[in-house]
Design a protein around this ligand. Sequence first.
Ligand code: ZN
Length: 71
Amino acid sequence: MPSYGEQPGAGTYECPYCTQRVVIEHDWEVLGECPACEGFVFLSVDDDAEENEGQPVVSQALDAIRSGQGL
Ligand SMILES: [Zn+2]
């Protein structure tokens, strides 16, 4: 899971807490905090899958975050 301070590569990343999206345009860019909620982990968003509105990946990630990091 891409997180704050990493260079996850070009792509779109979504905050699992507030669904704010951050676009990384260059592989050398460093992923910052979520601009909306200051969250520090993100989900990779496959642009081809944006029409998939069930968002099971997001809820799975939230479960992982809650159980793994004690939030
Ligand atoms: Zn956020």
